[in-house]
Design a protein around this ligand. Structure first.
Ligand code: TRP
Length: 334
């Protein structure tokens, strides 16, 4: 607990440009819960190094991600928005926790297997211990809650296992975090292959809507979205394309699936796709305006980064010192 509030921790990797899926599935919810909890949101740049990055591009992506957090509505005065790499405690606790994690546990991680298959030429040790660094992220802030998608559930489980193991050995050092399942929020699928999740790294640009796509691009991508046979706007498992578009429309407008079905009763897919495109473009426009204004105002962003880095360091170091002491590392002389 900090200031009588539960602590909530999450973050995104600083690679590629965020998609509508990241926004509707995560970011938009983060904004809606930021009053209720003491929130920490990292730009997870150390994790991004597990895949080879082109330095200039990487730096730009990390800066853009920070600005997008703010532009999406996360108030940097209320939420701790910071760069993971600016808080060295992450790497330090990560190392200590490496020594409390078994290879057998890491061998079971499905994301490691997937990524190793995808990047067969660079199966580095960081990719392997990725979940341990993630555990350090969460445990450093004594987080109670971690909003994560299904793809990160296994990582949260191993984090809990590591924390419990450590607590059993040394006493109550870490808060055991729980998954936070938001009320709203949805899994957004690819516009071209609606059986697959919308992904930042999809090579087919028509499959993903990016948060910085302009209105024409957004509308064009929705017009090209894959729908299903038939012409009825109906939410159902055998209509993954249309159902995905309905989910998007529902997330943005707040309408239920029944309301949407009624609204487009007797109209074709064309009208529906245009309506979805327009509502998404309307939602993104103010975010984009704030984003471009923020990039102009360097002093403001830099002030936010500096203050929040310090805040994160304060809480993280508190936990790290405790851990160092518990495991028997020699205390510093001051
Ligand atoms: N692994 C997460 C992802 O790719 C990002 C992440 C790193 C994270 N550390 C975290 C998410 C801690 C939640 C908590 O989505």
């Amino acid at each position: 607990m900090i200031n009588d509030k539960k602590v909530l921790y999450s973050g995104m990797q600083a690679t590629g440009t965020l998609t509508l899926g990241n926004y509707l599935g995560a970011l938009k919810n983060w904004v809606s819960i930021s009053d209720e909890y003491e929130c920490f949101y990292g730009v997870m740049d150390l994790h991004s190094l597990t895949i080879r990055q082109e330095p200039a591009n990487f730096r730009k992506n990390a800066r853009n991600l920070y600005a997008l957090y703010v532009a999406a509505g996360l108030d940097p005065e209320k939420n701790c928005l910071y760069y993971q790499s600016h808080v060295s405690a992450h790497a330090e606790l990560g190392w200590i926790l490496d020594c409390f994690t078994y290879m057998g546990e890491l061998n079971r991680m499905t994301q490691f297997k997937d990524k190793a298959a995808k990047h067969a030429d660079n199966i580095n040790a960081g990719l392997y211990t990725y979940p341990v660094l993630m555990a350090a992220d969460i445990l450093l802030y004594q987080a109670d809650l971690v909003p994560v998608g299904v793809d990160q559930k296994q990582h949260l489980e191993i984090c809990r296992d590591i924390a419990e193991r450590f607590n059993n050995l040394y006493g109550e050092v870490f808060t055991i975090p729980e998954a936070y399942i938001p009320e709203a929020g949805a899994k957004i699928m690819s516009l071209q292959e609606p059986e697959r999740k919308m992904s930042k790294s999809d090579e087919n640009e028509n499959a993903t809507v990016r948060l910085l796509d302009d209105t024409d691009t957004v509308i064009r991508k929705f017009k090209r979205a894959v729908t299903d046979s038939g012409n009825e706007v109906r939410f159902s498992e055998d209509k993954p394309g249309v159902s995905n578009l309905m989910t998007i429309y529902g997330c943005v407008t707040g309408k239920t699936m029944e309301e949407i079905e009624k609204e487009f009763d007797g109209k074709g897919y064309g009208d529906f796709k245009l309506a979805v495109g327009e509502c998404v473009a309307d939602e993104l426009r103010p975010l984009q305006e704030r984003y471009y204004a923020l990039l102009e105002d360097k002093t403001y962003i830099e002030k936010c980064i500096k203050e929040n880095d310090e805040k994160a360091q304060y809480f993280a170091n508190k936990t790290l010192r405790k851990v160092q002491k518990k495991v028997g590392l020699t205390e510093r002389i001051r």
